[in-house]
Design a binder for this molecule. Structure first.
Ligand SMILES: [Zn+2]
Length: 283
């Protein structure tokens, strides 16, 4: 091997090495952001490794995804740059995506669950290690964006950026009275480790879930020590008494297709997930 071939190879290997290091650092950041979440209905959290497997995405799906993404970015840019705030469409969560549609009496319903997972993979991308490549044109990781929500940094799926902008606008406009306002101190979005066991896939992995102040908004239906939280122990007439979040905040999310997991048997009051149609967010 000539010296020049050798140095070319070395350069190539070192750049591959640098990219791998970056990827590892990135994963570590996401994992840390996720530590304090509570969404585990059974005993111990199960970390699902996200191997960087060689994935086979159908080339036609890949091309279609590229086109759709370019169109979305163009539309988002125009929306952001519009002189007048144009808002988002109001929408409700799709029923088949709501957790209670595919988990009944703590049992996962395989067919219903698969339908919900497939929809998420088609809309948001595949997750390495979960065998969803056949449904998607890209991975979730390729579609993550960083933004601020109520002044706090968050990593989420890029398709949701306008929805969170709209939620924030609504909160700032409507949630001003003493019994309506709330100040978020810590939030979390995208994660790479699955905290569910039993085959369920957290919407945090798709980058479409957000947790707000885990300490003040407990998950009373989760595993110990969650049920020991003072808000879980006191008698309550409704779930709203088990969270520091105000109805005004919860309503603001729900207007735009987010589902509040406080309504689920998990009573995960910190957690909102977008279960609407991402193609309908922008007007
Ligand atoms: Zn959560």
């Amino acid at each position: 091997m000539s010296a020049s071939t050798m140095s070319a190879r070395l350069a190539r290997y070192s750049s591959i090495f640098a990219i791998s290091l970056l990827a590892v650092a990135e994963l570590a950041t996401f994992a840390r952001a996720a530590d304090d979440d509570a969404e585990t209905p059974a005993t111990a959290p199960v970390e699902t490794k996200a191997p960087r497997a060689k994935t086979k995405v159908d080339s036609a799906k890949r091309e279609a995804w590229k086109k759709e993404r370019a169109a979305f970015k163009k539309k988002l840019k125009a929306w952001k740059n519009a002189k007048k705030y144009r808002g988002c469409r109001f929408q409700s969560p799709k029923k088949f995506l709501v957790r209670s549609s595919f988990v009944k009496n703590n049992q996962i319903q395989p067919k219903a669950h698969q339908r919900a997972v497939r929809y998420r993979a088609e809309k948001y991308g595949y997750l390495p290690g979960f065998h969803l490549e056949k449904y998607a044109g890209a991975s979730v990781g390729e579609q993550v964006t960083g933004m601020r929500f109520m002044g706090l940094p968050i990593q989420i799926h890029e398709r949701l950026e306008p929805a969170l902008i709209c939620v924030e606008k609504r909160i700032k406009k409507l949630c001003k009275d003493d019994d309506e306002k709330y100040t978020a101190k810590g939030i979390g979005g995208l994660r790479v480790g699955n905290t569910y066991r039993g085959g369920e896939i957290s919407n945090h992995l798709f980058g479409i879930a957000i947790d707000i102040d885990t300490g003040r908004n407990p998950c009373c239906g989760c595993v110990d020590p969650w049920p020991d939280h003072p808000l879980c122990k006191k008698p309550a007439k409704s779930i709203y008494e088990r969270t520091a979040l105000t109805k005004c905040w919860i309503n603001s999310f729900e207007k735009y297709g987010f589902y509040w997991l406080g309504r689920d048997t998990l009573q995960d009051t910190m957690h909102f997930e977008f279960l609407g149609d991402p193609d309908r967010i922008l007007p």
